[in-house]
Write a protein of this length. Structure first.
Lengths: 334, 346
């Protein structure tokens, strides 16, 4: 197990290294180079040349790359053009909001998706199966931002059941411990804050959950169908094990393997989906900031955020692999 | 795929062999060669019937019976026909603000469906139906080009990696490893962010959307083709070809590759759906085609969001069009996947 962990962790180095090279090339290829992005349009050629020197842009590419890499490793990803604050700081002040949103969406998707997929597989060809499969196909084909808009118009603006924007109602008193509103509220016992935050999370969470939900339903259904056909399930049934034992220990546990992988990969992609959802609900997270950055061409923010999100994605993949090897001993042996 | 043995017959290898064996043995060897050819001829068609075309033929016959596939095919066919003949079907020019004096968005005055404008007018007094029809064209173009980009680059990378891994020996495995690390890196960038990166780099345009969406699909195609090629590489027919001394690049191109394309083709159908949805998302983010003379469903949907509470129909038409088209491609792709999956063949 330890060897597997070490080997799998070492594999991250080339991936992350390559990613940094990719982003470095991307920065090089920016229209007109960084000095055009950083200086106002009416800057003189003299000013540009000076900036190039001060940024080390006249050095050979390898030297520039090493400097770029050193900055990254020291946690320096540049400064946002929009706000003038360090990119890393911008990211981590917004990250808790997106994290709460992503977790909410994922919990919704898992809580509904796995039971629904399981029941659809058990009643294959039935009404529930048809509805689950049809619904999930529809979910995959609906643009997230449109769904978010529909939810906002119907449930927030027309019916007024939920707030239509932001993380918390304005004027709410709360003690800020970590930026994680729900967690802070639970720790300090401010239950009104928790409730308010959850109400704000409901609609964007639902919109963001649509695609993972659809994928989880279909993966669970397909996987359960496959496992139900296995010989060991027949054996377990034949030797008279209690139905619940067979379903729980034999069917569900084995069927969960591909679903766990999918959940891991989907969690990573939620950050991308959050760009759309957060901008619809003016949710002050990482996603709406990326949206703002695409509008204003805030390149340091774009590169920095992409690097951070991709790094997180790579680590989530690592966690998926580890949980996979815990569930399935065969993976470790390879 | 399989060359019929009779094609070899007139100038194939048996004839020169027989000649070189000398005058005495010619008749005997000639008869033997003819016998073998006859045998191969007898075996040939039957072989083709049960193996070569069999998978595709049974898959097709199952597709014809699947309601999912038929629904998907009808939607896709309808969409393609509308897109191809768009200029003939659209009653008005999509940019003509002919009825501009009847619509006042800031006073919430919109015109719904009526005899001359089947789907009503948009916020600038243009015929919504014509814009939808012309928009189908742009949407099809974006979907097809993006899929081709993803398919082309992905298949090139994945095919090289797969061929190197199965036939290249130690060096091949190194090449495969190097390519797959690059693919893993691309896979680590969430699709939409990758697209946003590309779009931010080359500015908002239709090309941007097509490239961005296409590049985001590259790692999926590459992984899929490589996986299929590696699993095909262990088959007996590859071993047989190697034993016969067929050149490696020929084995990869004419034996392994054609047999590995099934999952990739299925994926292209599904990718068309993803591409249409992703393109809409990019348009919503303001990275789509800024030229108003080419209406596109994604841009129309994004523009209509502003009037969602007063004129929801303006958003609902393009949204429905996107959902139904994507659903059509998805249904067709899923049905194809099921039809080609040997596990489900019972």
């Amino acid at each position: 197990m330890l060897r597997f962990l070490v080997r799998r962790t070492l594999q991250l180095i080339p991936t992350l290294g390559g990613l940094s090279i990719l982003l470095f090339i991307w920065l090089q290829r920016l229209p007109g180079g960084p000095e055009y992005a950083l200086l106002p349009d009416d800057a003189t050629a003299e000013q540009r040349a000076q900036l190039r020197r001060s940024l080390g842009l006249d050095e050979p590419l390898t030297v520039q790359y090493l400097a770029f890499l050193r900055n990254i490793l020291q946690g320096d990803l540049g400064t946002s053009i929009q706000t003038g604050r360090p990119v890393v700081e911008e990211f981590f002040t917004r990250f808790p909001a997106t994290f709460e949103l992503a977790i909410t969406a994922m919990l919704m998707a898992i809580a509904v998706g796995i039971p629904l997929g399981y029941l659809a597989a058990r009643r294959r060809g039935g009404v529930l199966d048809f509805a689950a499969v049809g619904g999930s196909l529809l979910g995959i084909c609906t643009p997230v931002f449109f769904l978010a808009f529909i939810l906002k118009v119907i449930f927030a603006e027309r019916l007024g059941l939920f707030p239509s924007a932001f993380r918390l109602s304005p004027g709410l008193n709360r003690t800020d411990l970590s930026g994680f509103v729900v967690l802070d509220g639970l720790r300090t016992g401010e239950l009104d804050v928790v409730w308010d935050a959850l109400m704000h999370l409901a609609l964007p969470g639902l919109a963001l959950a649509s695609i993972p939900l659809a994928v989880i339903v279909r993966m669970t259904r397909a996987s359960v169908l496959e496992v139900l056909e296995e010989d060991y399930v027949r054996t377990a049934d034949a030797k008279g094990l209690h139905r619940r034992t067979v379903r729980g220990r034999h069917v569900l546990r084995n069927a969960m393997l591909p679903v766990v992988t999918a959940i891991g990969l989907l969690t990573g992609s939620l950050f991308a989906g959050a760009v759309l959802t957060e901008s619809v609900f003016a949710f002050p997270g990482v996603g709406s900031f990326v949206y703002g950055a695409t509008q204003t061409r805030d390149y340091p923010v774009l590169t920095g955020f992409i690097l951070l999100i991709a790094t997180m994605y790579v680590f989530i993949n690592l966690l998926v692999d580890i949980s996979y090897s815990l569930l399935d001993p065969r993976v470790r042996a390879q | 795929m399989p060359t019929t043995p009779s094609a070899h017959n007139p100038e194939g290898s048996p004839v020169p062999d027989a000649e070189s064996a000398g005058t005495g043995g010619t008749a005997l060897l000639g008869r033997k060669a003819a016998k073998i050819d006859r045998l191969a001829e007898l075996m040939g068609p039957r072989d083709e019937g049960t193996h070569g075309a069999g998978i595709w033929r049974t898959a097709f016959s199952r597709l014809r019976r699947s309601p999912m596939a038929i629904t998907g095919a009808i939607i896709v066919a309808g969409f393609v026909v509308v897109a191809l003949f768009a200029p003939l079907l659209a009653p008005y020019a999509p940019t003509a603000q002919t009825w501009g004096d009847e619509v006042f968005p800031n006073q919430n005055i919109f015109v719904g469906p009526r005899a001359e404008n089947w789907l009503g007018l948009d916020n600038l007094g243009r015929d919504q139906f014509s814009r939808m029809v012309i928009g189908a064209r742009q949407t099809l173009l974006v979907g097809v080009v993006a899929t081709l980009v993803g398919f082309g680059v992905g298949a090139l990378l994945g095919g090289t990696a797969g061929a190197a891994a199965t036939l290249g020996g130690r060096w091949g495995r190194t090449i495969d490893n190097a390519i797959m690390r690059v693919i893993d890196m691309m896979l680590a960038l969430p699709t939409l962010l990758l697209a946003v990166t590309v779009a931010a780099l080359i500015g908002p345009s239709l090309t941007t959307v097509m490239l961005a969406v296409g590049i985001a699909q590259v790692p999926i195609f590459a992984r899929l083709l490589r996986g299929a090629m590696i699993s095909q590489g262990n088959r007996d027919y590859v071993l047989a070809a190697r034993a016969l001394g067929v050149r490696k690049h020929k084995i990869a191109l004419t034996h392994i590759l054609p047999n590995s394309l099934g999952p990739v083709i299925v994926q292209s159908t599904l990718t068309l759906a993803t591409a249409i949805i992703d393109a809409a998302a990019l348009s919503y983010l303001g990275l789509g085609n800024p030229d108003p003379s080419f209406p596109e469903w994604g841009t129309m949907l994004a523009d209509a969001q502003r009037f969602l509470s007063s004129a929801p129909q303006l958003a609902v038409y393009p949204a429905l069009a996107i959902i139904v088209t994507a659903l059509g491609f998805t249904l067709l792709g899923e049905a194809m996947r099921e039809a080609l999956d040997p596990k489900l063949r019972k």
